[in-house]
Design a protein around this ligand. Structure first.
Ligand code: NAD
Length: 439
């Protein structure tokens, strides 16, 4: 069915996966490793088809698409395969003296049928990296790619069933009608990546069945830059993280909180970093395009919210928006209200670290907080005095590619976490087992 799955087919699709789970076939380690091997074969044998689709949807260069989508997912998968037996081993637990003699342990039960709903910005990675965890934990799954990345969605619907059977994973393509029907079904876990408005719809639908959810959402991820930081290095790493996928990355640096003199001092360094990364005309460099005209128009309307330090050029026909840095940006400007999700980096000046921390804490808890500082005291203060999905000093975005770290948000940036062993926690139930001899 896959590409032609209609809302009417959905209940039968889910029922088939549930019947398959009920046979118990998904529980042995060997079954899980087999599915992961099949998923790996899909990624490696069909890599070219996926890279082509990602280029068509988002203008991603083959190198970037491999690194951030196909290769990323293969690394996540390999890390999981290498550790799975160890992660699934029952964990012994201590027993208080009053219950002796007795033994206790924690075993990880698969949940059943899980639903994974992906977004358009990393349409392969953000659908299949959660699937690695779902299969490794012994579940069957429905995966729903984003309709806003239609070529990638179609490639997944066409190719995935050649590797993973319909009793293991089903791809359901579609937009709101299909997702609405999916959300009416009972799943054992729903894993959603996207925006908070839809996150609320997902959670409300899940509540009807008491289904647990993981919500991987977004928001504005700030970057604190403090005097004393090496501004050339800061600008280079900032530009790399910000302009990856033309700024359409959930953990992209959203805006800079520049302390004191760094506001002005950072400007030439950022302009130079953009030139170094993309040359004089980024249009001809390996550099992404905005996903669609609606997002393009939204972003173009933000270009007047500050003084253009570099960039600003845009072309609606090709959905090209140059890597852009805006200075002298007011906290009240529209560009500072919602997640930018595009290649525009505003610089907001703040007098000192106290003001920067207050600025962060007055707003929604971000998915990531970044800081460039030479001060251990500042690192300690940011660690203790702020809350965010992740905190990284000196290196934006890359924490996501460290499989031993949990990936997820807090507050408005989401709930739950995954990657590596954290995905096993997400897609399993930790069952307490006690055994006291009868004698
Ligand atoms: P999107 O528009 O592709 O939507 C995500 C999914 O929600 C899609 O599969 C879509 O079909 C579904 N959907 C849309 N409207 C729906 C509705 N009314 N009912 C049910 N389902 C619906 O992607 P998006 O939300 O524009 O993605 C961008 C957002 O996602 C940003 O906020 C970004 O920060 C966030 N994001 C977070 C992460 C993360 O890992 N935390 C990763 C990527 C993106």
């Amino acid at each position: 069915m896959t590409a032609t799955t209609t809302p009417a087919d959905i209940p039968a699709t889910v029922a088939r996966l549930r019947a398959s789970f009920a046979t118990g076939r998904t529980k042995p380690l060997a079954w899980r490793q087999e599915q992961l091997a099949a998923l790996r074969a899909l990624l490696t044998e069909q890599s070219d088809a996926f890279l082509e689709a990602l280029h068509a949807d988002l203008g991603k260069s083959a190198a970037e698409a491999y690194r951030t989508e196909v290769g990323f997912t293969v690394n996540e998968l390999d890390h999981t395969v290498a550790h799975l037996e160890e992660w699934l081993a029952p964990t012994p637990a201590g027993v208080p003296g009053v219950f002796h003699p007795a033994e206790a342990k924690v075993v990880r039960d698969p949940l059943g049928v899980v639903l994974i709903i992906g977004p358009w910005n990393y349409p392969l990675q953000l659908l299949l990296a959660p699937l690695v965890g779902a299969l490794a934990a012994g579940n069957t799954a429905v995966v729903k790619p984003s309709e806003l990345a239609p070529q990638t969605s179609a490639a997944l619907a066409r190719l995935l069933p050649r590797y993973l059977g319909p009793e293991v994973v089903r791809v359901v393509e579609g937009g709101i009608p299909e997702t609405t029907t999916l959300l009416e079904q009972r799943f054992d876990h729903i894993f959603y990546t996207g925006n908070g408005t839809v996150g609320r719809i997902v959670m409300a639908a899940a509540a009807k069945h008491l289904t647990p959810v993981t919500l991987e959402l977004g928001g504005k991820s700030p970057v604190v830059v403090e005097p004393g930081a090496d501004l050339a290095v800061t600008a280079q790493r900032l530009a790399q993280g910000k302009f990856l996928n033309a700024g359409q990355t959930c953990v992209a640096p959203d805006y800079v909180l520049a302390i004191g003199e760094t506001a002005a001092a950072l400007e030439p360094h950022l302009a130079a970093a953009v030139r170094e990364l993309f040359g004089e005309d980024p249009r001809t460099a390996p550099y992404g395009r905005i996903v669609n005209e609606r997002h393009f128009d939204r972003l173009a309307s933000l270009l007047d919210d500050g003084r253009v330090v570099t960039g600003g050029e845009h072309d609606r026909n090709s959905r090209y928006l140059a890597p852009t840095v805006l200075a002298d940006v007011s906290p009240d400007a529209p560009v500072m209200q919602a997640e930018i999700f595009g290649p525009i980096l505003p610089i907001v000046a703040v007098p000192d670290l106290d003001a920067a921390i207050a600025f962060i804490n007055e707003r929604d808890k971000p998915l990531a907080l970044y800081a460039f500082t030479a001060s251990d005291r500042t690192k300690a203060r940011l660690t203790e005095e702020t809350s965010s999905g992740a905190l990284s000093f000196g290196l934006p975005v890359s924490h996501l590619a460290m499989p031993e770290l949990p990936f997820g948000g807090v507050g408005e940036s989401g709930m739950g976490r995954y990657h590596g062993a954290y995905s096993i926690d997400t897609f399993s139930h930790a069952k307490a087992v006690v055994d006291k001899p009868l004698g």
